[in-house]
Every structure is written in C-alpha cells, then in structure tokens.
Design a protein around this ligand. Structure first.
Ligand code: UDX
Length: 460
C-alpha cells in the first residue's frame, strides 16, 4: 500500500520504517531539511534499537524514501499519517499548530480520496478540527475530494519502539460511521492485517474514544508510578521495604507486576505532557481531575527525593563534594533527555556547590546540549559539570555515586572497585538496583527509594 508519514520524529520514523518493513511503499516527509539530509545520508537522528538497520534495509529495497517535498508527499500516500510533534503550550494543553499545518497541506494538494490518520497524541476532538481544516483548504480550491480522518494513537515505548510496533498489544482505531469512515476503516484494516494474523488485536471504536484511550492509558500508568512513589516515601518512614511490597501486591493478577517501580519520578516525552494535557482538557470541560493533579504533584516532588537524602547526609552546602552520576537519559536504551529526572537533580546539586561527573552510555551528547540550555547564564555551575567516558571514570575519587537511570551495565558493578574509589563509600540509588543488606555488608552507606537503611559494617 502507498503510505505517507508526515513528521520524521520518533513516532513517524518508527511507524514509517516498520510499515515499509512489512512491504508497504512509504514516503516520509519532514519540513526540517537537516533531518531529511541525515536520513538520506544513511544516518538516523534518534537512538532506537533496531531502527537503523530497518531503515537501511528498506531504503535499499526502494520501499522507504525521505523528502521535504510536500506536494509529492500528499500525492504519494492513499493513507496520510500525521505524526508531528504536539508540544505542551504554556497552559499545558497540546499545541496543535503542526498537526493543523499538516492537515492544511493535505487539503491544499490532495487530488483524490485520502485517509488522514492522527498518529500524534492529540486531545479529544482534534480529528474533527483536522477535518475542518482540510475542508476549508478544499473549499478554497473549489474541490470536493472525499477524505476521512481516523484516530490511531501510538503506544510505543522508547527503547522498545520497533518491537512494540511489530508486536503490538493492541491497535486502537477510531473511525467515523459514515461512508467515508467505512472506506477508511477498510483501508486501515488492510494495512494492519499482518499484525492481526493470529489474534485480532485491533480495537475499533468511535474517533473520540480512540483519542481518549491514549490519554487514559498514559494517565493510568503515570498514576501507578506516582502511587508507588508515594508508598515508597511512606515505606521509608515506617521502615518497610517497597521492593517486598511491590512483589507482594504484584502477585495479585488484578494489580500485576508491571509499572510498579518506585524511582525518581517519571520523565520522557509522553507522561508529563499527556498528564498535563488531560488535566487541561478536563478543566476546559469544567471538570477538576483531582487524581491527575495529585499524580503530577507527587511526580514533581519525587524529583527531589534523592537531593533530600544527599543533603541530609552531607548538609546543604555541597561545595567541594564530588558526585558520580550514572545514567542521564530518562530511561535506559534511549538518548532522550526530555523531562529526565537527572536534569533537576544535577541542577540542584550544582546549585549547592557540588561537582558532578556524569556518565551515560548513549545520551552524553544530548545531555551536553540540554544542560548547556538548562544552565544558561550559570557558567560557574556548568563548569562543575563534567561528562566522562566510562562509569568508573565518573566514580574515581568521587565522594558518592548516584544512580539515576537503570542501564543494564549498572546492575552488577564491581563493588570492590567502587568501595576503593568512593571517598565516603556512599551510594544513592534512584532505581533500587542493589540489595541494602549486601551493600551494607560490603561497607557502603547505601540509600535507595523506599528501602530500609542498613548500617554499614566495614568489610573484613
Ligand atoms: C510511555 C508509554 O509507556 C507508551 O505506551 C506511550 O506510547 C509513550 O509513553 P515511554 O515514555 O517511552 O512510553 O517510557 P516508559 O517505559 O513508559 O517510562 C516512562 C517513565 O516512567 C520513565 O521515566 C520511567 O523511568 C518511569 N517508570 C516506568 C517508573 O518510574 N516506574 C515504573 O514502574 C515504570
């Protein structure tokens, strides 16, 4: 089938590459010539396992092309995916200017029936808005080509996006019930048929419910995380172990084990933005979403839990103290630094005078860029932030180690070496990677999230 993907960001690129991989003829459009040049030179602007290989293979096979040519992109695809960014506005609502600009381009250039797919996460009611914009553009051309706007939200996790696309839990498809909607649904059914071969994974519904499903899913997951972070903070105070509690409640099939990990708060491009947008949608509709307001407040507070533990141990003034930070990206297997908990953490420590030696397996470059932005005008603080090439280079002669992202390579470090390196033998673990008893027995002052503190004994 002939597919156009508008926007070669994270979602667009993964969607385009994976649809080409199953044999479709895919045209990817972006307004940013720099991105298109990188892709046409064989590069990939984001880090996502497996993506580079799929892109290379499908370009080679002639099924995947990248271009800035808007007219050609509209002409190419019977199905036009809108996968552009929806950054938060100042008031937290999703900024739809890129989505609507894409809709306008489709209306301005289309020559026949098109299925327009909202892939970007957009507030309830956006499909109708997109349809209005396309209709207005068609009216200007005095044309009456048919089209239908469908909602097909993505559920990709960064770091596992290719796999999530190729083996989806569900495909949510919201279509209108009119004739154009039924025609669109038939085309989408054909497009996704390869993913439904063994089980029917597509959930067909009306457009508004499909748009809502995406927000409700992310809001539910964010709620689980904030709930567990609250429980962890209480466990800290009553001397319970959140890891034992997690296993205890997860064994109830109604609760399940996933997404119950306490930590330094959720980050990334979706949860913070989508929670805020849903709060905004509710407010616009005269409803106060009490739960999500609390979810957001808990998450904000959680970002300072490690700083509180560190200042309790060393005092407020951290001048002269050196901290190794392992992990900068908001989660493993990505270089994404958007809303990463490492950002407020490092900024708070630098503000108190500390020196930071940071290491991340892939997000080093991206981290340099975002910290230069975050610490603009604070040259002294920026000067005390160093990026190093290995995890043990970060911990060499540091006072303490702070673990922020649970990359695999941090899970079983050389504790003997760390003990010799860390001058206060202290580890502050924002991801609960290690066992308190074992670390205390190895001589470490070990503090995690919601886990009992065990007084260290000097190793013999
Ligand atoms: C999320 C959704 O999972 C995905 O379905 C949606 O399409 C986009 O948003 P993503 O942001 O890539 O995906 O990452 P995810 O793995 O969901 O993690 C989000 C954040 O929650 C991370 O900061 C992670 O560290 C945190 N998290 C996750 C926890 O703190 N505890 C957990 O138990 C799980």
């Amino acid at each position: 089938m002939k597919i156009t993907i508008i926007g070669t960001g994270y979602v667009g690129l993964v969607t385009g590459a994976c649809l080409a991989e199953i044999g479709n003829d895919v045209f990817c459009l972006d307004v940013d010539p720099r991105k298109i040049k990188i892709l046409n030179d064989g590069g990939v602007p984001i880090h996502e396992p497996g993506l580079k290989e799929i892109i290379a293979r499908n370009r080679e096979a002639g099924r995947l092309q990248f271009s800035t040519d808007v007219a050609a992109s509209v002409a190419h695809g019977d199905i036009q995916f809108i996968a552009v960014g929806t950054p938060p506005d100042e008031d937290g609502s999703a900024d739809l200017q890129y989505v609507l600009a894409a809709a306008k381009n489709i209306g301005a250039h289309m020559q026949g029936f098109k299925v327009i797919v909202d892939k970007s996460t957009v507030p309830v009611g956006t499909a109708a808005h997109v349809a209005d914009v396309v209709n207005a553009a068609l009216a200007e051309r005095k044309l009456d080509h048919g089209f239908s706007v469908v909602s097909n939200p993505e559920f990709l996790k960064e770091g596992a996006a290719v796999d999530d696309f190729m083996r989806p839990d569900r495909i949510v498809l919201g279509c209108d019930e009119d004739e154009a909607g039924e025609r669109a649904q038939a085309l989408m059914r054909r497009l996704y048929a390869p993913f439904n071969r063994n089980h029917e994974r597509t959930r067909y519904m009306d457009v508004r419910s499909a748009e809502f499903t995406k927000y409700a899913a992310n809001a539910m997951l964010a709620t689980r995380i904030s709930f567990m972070n609250e429980m962890a903070n209480l466990a800290d105070r009553v001397g319970a172990d959140i890891e034992a509690v997690r296993r205890g409640i997860g064994s109830d099939p109604r609760i399940g084990y996933s997404f119950l990990y306490a930590g330094t708060g959720y980050g990334g491009s979706c949860f913070p933005k989508d929670v805020q947008a849903l709060i905004r949608t509710a407010a616009d509709n005269g409803h106060d979403l009490k739960i999500l307001n609390a979810v957001e407040a808990v998450n904000d507070a959680q970002k300072s839990v490690l700083v509180d533990k560190i200042t309790k141990f060393y005092g407020e003034n951290l001048r002269g103290k050196v901290f190794a930070v392992w992990g900068l990206a908001f989660k493993p297997n990505t270089d994404d630094m958007r809303a990463a908990p490492s950002r407020p953490l490092i900024a708070a420590l630098l503000k108190r005078g500390a020196t930071i030696r940071a290491y991340d397996p892939v997000s080093q470059e991206e981290a340099r860029r975002v910290f230069a932005m975050d610490l603009k005008g604070e040259e002294d603080a920026l000067g005390r932030l160093q990026f190093v090439d290995t995890q043990y280079e970060a911990s060499a002669d540091a006072h303490a180690l702070i673990v922020v992202t649970e990359w695999k390579e941090f899970k079983s470090p050389d504790f003997g070496k760390l003990y010799r390196q860390l001058t206060s033998s202290a580890i502050f673990d924002g991801r609960n990677l290690y066992e308190p008893e074992a670390l205390a027995a190895a001589g470490f002052h070990y503090e995690a999230i919601g886990r009992p503190f065990v007084t260290p004994s000097r190793p013999g």
